[in-house]
Design a binder for this molecule. Structure first.
Ligand code: AQP
Length: 321
């Protein structure tokens, strides 16, 4: 069994990209491994600047994860800020992280390019993420493609520390799924909460249907055969279809003579049935918030016991003890 760790930001409600890129892996990997999954509220502080919203988002993400099948009897689910050891470790790691390493991070550069105001928290985000990963001696980090560079940064930071102070941290590895590493959003770009192009996992079915119907398409005539592989509607459909369903849809694309409306309708139907069980489970869990809070509390206790040991190892190594 491996120590698996990953986090999700409570910057809004998780979307299809979060699920197919990351959350689905959390659930698959919880069997036979030691999974640590956390709600990254400290990271969310760089975007959510309202206390009530942040608090509500944390509960919502916990509900979503449990509804989707994260099992607290198999994996440890907790809130990032409930483990203060991570913030302390973050400072140790910040000292010794070259500015250039962070300046090269694409996620940061992309946000700045899109005009999203950056603060020091956003700039140093990969270092806090490194502290998250290293604090639990994590071996495997299931993520979407956009986070691979950050795991590389973490390995770089861990390597430097180990080199300077002696073997302290375990070297983690990113785990990315080939077929859903970068799920497209309603505009064909990477689905992302901050780009306002997401399709949500839960919420009003009618509203989600409308959002699916509004996904952008190219303007080629309906009769023209199309190559499915580079069409984002096809990619979205593929998330929900089995191999035979995918092949059938691909054949339709190559034949031509269909409307994108048909594909959108197929996506809506497939996604509704795909998430139907989770939707019911979520409604039940909403009635039992005490249980959700108890899960998070137990998770934090377990997470802290691991992080405290790793922090103390790092403190001793660099002379803080
Ligand atoms: N479009 C995507 N395709 C595949 N995986 C994705 N992930 C995010 N978007 C896609 C993966 O989801 C996990 C949790 O993401 P996060 O919320 O912690 O941060 P993020 O990557 O920054 O997600 P967003 O939606 O893009 O949020 P904002 O806009 O706030 O930055 C990660 O493993 C991520 O790879």
């Amino acid at each position: 069994p491996k120590r698996v760790l990953s986090g999700i930001q409570p910057t809004g409600r998780p979307h299809w990209g979060n699920y197919f890129g990351a959350i689905r892996q959390y659930i698959d990997l919880q069997d036979g491994n030691d999974g640590f999954y956390f709600i990254a509220d400290l990271h969310a502080l760089t975007t959510v600047r309202d206390a009530a919203t942040l608090r509500q988002n944390v509960v919502d993400v916990a509900l979503d994860l449990l509804a989707l099948g994260l099992d607290p009897d198999k994996a440890t689910l907790f809130v990032q800020s409930h483990v203060p050891e991570v913030s302390e470790l973050c400072w140790i790691l910040l000292s010794g992280t070259p500015m250039g390493l962070l300046q090269r991070c694409v996620a940061y550069k992309e946000k700045v390019d899109k005009g999203i105001p950056a603060d020091a928290g956003l700039f140093t985000y990969p270092v806090l993420q490194a502290a998250d990963i290293l604090a639990y001696d994590s071996q495997l980090v299931p993520v979407g493609a956009d986070q691979v560079q950050h795991v590389e940064v973490c390995r770089d930071i861990a390597g430097r520390f180990n080199h300077q102070f002696g073997e302290t941290f375990v070297m983690p590895k990113a785990n990315v799924l080939d077929d859903s590493a970068k799920v497209p959003g309603t505009d064909g770009e990477k689905m992302s909460k901050s780009y306002d192009n997401v399709l949500p996992l839960f919420g009003e079915v009618k509203k989600i249907r409308k959002q699916i119907m509004r996904v952008t398409t190219d303007s080629r005539p309906m009769e023209e055969p199309k190559e499915p592989a580079d069409d984002h509607l096809f990619q979205l459909y593929s998330l929900f279809a089995d191999a035979a369903g995918r092949e059938e849809m691909a054949a339709m694309y190559r034949r031509g003579g269909f409307g994108y409306g048909e594909v959108k309708k197929a996506i809506a139907e497939a996604s509704e049935s795909y998430f139907a069980t989770a939707r019911e489970r979520r409604a039940d869990l909403e009635q039992n918030l005490d249980h959700v809070h108890a899960v998070l509390q137990a998770g934090a206790q377990r997470a802290r016991s691991v992080a405290a040991e790793v922090l103390s190892r790092a403190q001793s190594a660099c002379g803080l003890r």
